[in-house]
Design a protein around this ligand. Structure first.
Ligand code: C2E
Ligand code: CA
Ligand code: CA
Length: 780
């Protein structure tokens, strides 16, 4: 009966199961069946199982029914068990699948490529990123593919790198490396063994990071290189603990050790106690200031004690507190020495090492300030060395320089504590205090005497002299410029008086200088205003008598009739024109005028024109002469150019070259004022002059001075020896031409023959008016 009840229960349950259609009820079915089996008893089942078949017909139908029912129950139970097992298995499978799907989808979402191999290095798993990195397709990854197969695939895709090949050649690959793919991408590969003997590999592309890292590395290297090569020592310290963080190569002189060895050390570790204390206190001052502190101090280095310029800069941290201290040390020993030298040079003359003009002006200003308050006097001397040009010319500049040095020393010796300066080429200055003008004059005389003594330089005896101008404070000026200018005016007067003289400033000298300046202004307008003209002075063959027929030519001499001053002598305006360069324009006018004039003469006499050294230094003199000859049609052989040795003194090579080119034009070249200079003989040797004009001074003295006669005789002999014609200038008396003729002089010129005059006065000589006797002089 219990079986029936159970069956009903089971049926009901089954029905319920159907109704709810559920997998959820399967356990209930199983429980019902198990209960039914327990209650129906083993006997019924045993009878059903073990009763022979021929007994079946004799069995009680109830029993049969019960056996059937029992069998049915057992079968149902077994079916339920099978169903339960299968469904449990499926569930596990589904869960597994879900887990796999979850894991692989999780792996596929990773930024890194993941690949898992088994102990035989066969692929168990790889994620999408892995395929992506190496350009592989899921479809070509067949089951059981080995790591070698994977690499072959990558090789075919062009994504296999040498590093992987080398790494996986190892029997137990482990660790990490950076693979550089053929397309220049970089991948970090990390490989770890798994407990089952397999491997897991993590592949992460790092092209960008690597590029950045490389850039960073090169930037770091670049900065290190820059820091190392800046030409100052650089040290960076941590403010908090005072430890050194960085030092460049340049700092190794300062820290006396390799820069690599300095990191982490403190000042106390590097320097001795005394130095360290000093450095730390300076560091503290800079940190306290939070700005820059620079100072100079000596530091002992391997190269000895050197002067360093140190700068300390405090770098503030984010919180505003000092974080780093940057220190630079610059060795300024050489620079400071150069600066000192330059400062010295700026105020000293390089040759004599005496104070120069600016220094002299400063000293003068200080002297004025000092004496002005106490009503003291002092004198300013402007000292001009005579004969330096000639010394340079004869003995060379090296000797000339040594003479200047010696002159400076002699002036200093005489000055007795006064300020001595070299103001320019051969000009020295001196400030001397004491009672004036006696004080200044006494010193000037001492200097003149001392410089009058012969100089013995490099075994050569050299003579020089001085001309001195003096101005007095406060009488002649109360500022430095006025005092020096007035000493200069006195010097100018002294030079005009005679070389070697001493002159004290007088107010009218100032007036003369001012006049000169005014005259200069007027001179520049003179050419355009037609104030210039030419006078002509005849030159004749030397003889006992000089008649018209003896006239060989004329010397053109410039004349200036100033609108208000009247006649201004050439000795005054020619030097003015030379100083200002006006002579170039003026000389061109004179040359053209003289050539135009001479070309118009019916009698083709010579025309001599004076040239200034300045005309050789500026402009195209040869071109000018050539074009004037061409324009005027004057025969080149009729033109004679008179030059003084100044042309060759200024610039020997240039002067000589120009003279040669002029001569090549066919014009004649005369050496003027022969004997008045220093070195005319030297130049006679250098250039084949056509004519030598003996200076007036020798001719004038002929009657009075036996030496003059000897000199004139010697020059005439020299001329004959060199085949150069000799003309005597300044012939004023009857005796002179006959003496000169006797000695064999070729030509004469002077007032005795004819004074310089407008050409109209010599119209007969040049054939413009016939039958006029211009020149008739009979020698005595
Ligand atoms: P210089 O070339 O030696 O000219 C001769 C000077 O001696 C002229 O002076 C002339 O007037 C003067 N003289 C001629 N015969 C006698 C004489 O018997 N006794 C005396 N006491 N003097 C005589 P000037 O004309 O005053 O010229 C002076 C200097 O000016 C010239 O000396 C020359 O160096 C220069 N000079 C004159 N004209 C020119 C010129 O056109 N160009 C250049 N560059 N210099 C010129
Ligand atoms: Ca002359
Ligand atoms: Ca002359």
């Amino acid at each position: 009966m219990a079986g029936k009840t159970l069956l009903r229960t089971w049926l009901k349950t089954c029905l319920k199961t159907r109704l709810t259609g559920g997998k959820a009820l399967t356990p209930a079915v199983v429980v019902a069946c198990l209960t039914g089996l327990a209650l129906t008893g083993n006997a019924a089942f045993a009878a059903t199982r073990f009763a022979p078949p021929d007994y079946i017909g004799s069995l009680d139908p109830n029993l049969i029914w019960e056996i059937l029912l029992g069998g049915f129950v057992v079968l149902s139970f077994l079916a339920a068990v099978v169903v339960w097992v299968v469904s449990a298995f499926r569930r596990v499978q589904r869960q597994q699948l879900r887990r796999d799907t979850f894991v692989s989808s999780a792996f596929n979402h990773l930024g890194q490529g993941v690949v898992i191999l088994d102990a035989d290095r066969r692929l168990l798993f790889c994620n999408e990123r892995y395929l992506d990195i190496y350009g592989l397709k899921r479809s070509e990854i067949f089951k059981g593919i080995t790591s070698t197969g994977l690499r072959e695939l990558r090789s075919a895709r062009g994504t296999l790198d040498a590093e992987s090949v080398e790494f996986f050649a190892h029997p137990m690959p482990k660790g990490s490396f950076v693979a550089t793919l053929p397309d220049a991408r970089s991948v970090v590969v990390k490989v770890n063994p798994l407990p089952n003997g397999g491997f897991i590999g993590i592949h992460e592309e790092c092209t960008e990071q690597r590029k950045l890292a490389q850039e960073l590395e090169s930037t770091k290297k670049f900065l290190e290189m820059v820091v190392d090569n800046i030409p100052v020592a650089l040290i960076v310290q941590n403010v908090e603990d005072g430890r050194y963080l960085l030092a460049n190569r340049g700092s190794e002189a300062v820290i006396n050790r390799r820069r690599e060895d300095i990191t982490g050390l403190t000042t106390e570790d590097i320097f001795n106690a005394r130095e360290a204390k000093l450095i730390v206190s300076r560091d503290q001052a800079a940190i306290h200031k939070r700005g820059m502190i620079s100072e100079e101090h000596p530091i002992s280095t391997e190269a000895g004690l050197r002067l360093f310029l140190t700068r300390r800069v405090t770098v503030l941290g984010d919180g505003g507190a000092p974080q780093y201290l940057i220190k630079t040390y610059e060795d300024v020993t050489d620079r400071r020495q150069t600066e000192a030298r330059m400062a010295h040079m700026a105020y000293h003359d390089g040759l004599t090492d005496l104070p120069n003009r600016p220094a002299f002006m400063q000293a003068l200003a200080q002297m004025i300030e000092a004496c002005g308050n106490v009503a003291e006097e002092f004198a300013v001397l402007s000292i001009d060395v005579d004969g330096l040009k000639e010394i340079n010319d004869v003995f060379g500049y090296a000797i000339g320089d040594k003479v200047l040095i010696e002159v400076g020393q002699r002036i200093q010796g005489a000055a007795g504590g006064g300020v001595v300066a070299r103001l320019g080429g051969d000009e020295f200055g001196l400030i001397i205090d004491g009672k004036q003008p006696q004080g200044g004059r006494a010193i000037a005389e001492r200097i003149a005497e001392l410089l009058g003594h012969q100089f013995s330089i490099d075994g050569k005896s050299v003579r020089a002299g001085v001309t001195i101008g003096i101005s007095l404070f406060p009488r002649d000026g109360t500022d430095a410029a006025a005092l020096l200018a007035n000493a200069g005016a006195a010097l100018f007067r002294a030079k005009a008086t005679s070389r070697g003289s001493i002159s004290i400033f007088e107010p009218e000298m100032d007036q003369q200088l001012r006049d000169r300046r005014l005259l200069h202004q007027d001179l520049s307008a003179a050419i355009h205003n037609g104030e210039l003209s030419l006078h002509y002075q005849p030159q004749a063959r030397a003889g006992q008598t000089v008649v018209d027929d003896d006239i060989t030519g004329f010397e053109a001499l410039a004349r200036w009739i100033h609108p208000s001053r009247g006649f201004v002598p050439p000795g005054e305006f020619i030097p003015l024109a030379e100083e200002s360069g006006l002579i170039v324009e003026m000389g061109e006018w004179i040359l053209r005028q003289a050539c135009v004039e001479a070309a118009s003469w019916p009698v083709p006499l010579q025309i001599a024109v004076n040239l200034s050294p300045a005309q050789f230094m500026h402009g195209d003199l040869v071109g000018l002469v050539h074009s004037i000859l061409f324009d005027t049609g004057l025969q080149p052989g009729r033109l004679e150019l008179e030059i003084t040795e100044g042309v060759l003194i200024e610039d020997f090579e240039r002067g000589l070259a120009l003279l040669r080119r002029l001569k090549a034009l066919g014009v004649r070249i005369s050496m003027d004022d022969f004997g008045s200079g220093y070195s005319s003989l030297t130049y006679l040797q250098a250039f084949p002059f056509d004519k030598i004009k003996i200076d007036r001074a020798f001719v004038t003295n002929l009657g009075h001075n036996p030496q003059s006669a000897a000199i004139v005789r010697a020059v005439i002999g020299l001329g004959h020896g060199l085949d150069v014609s000799i003309v005597a200038e300044g012939v004023e008396t009857q005796e002179q031409p006959s003496f000169l003729a006797k000695e064999g002089c070729d030509g004469v010129q002077g007032y005795f023959i004819g004074r310089p005059a407008p050409i109209g006065q010599y119209a007969g000589l040049i054939g413009r008016t016939p039958a006029v006797r211009d020149v008739e002089r009979k020698a005595g």
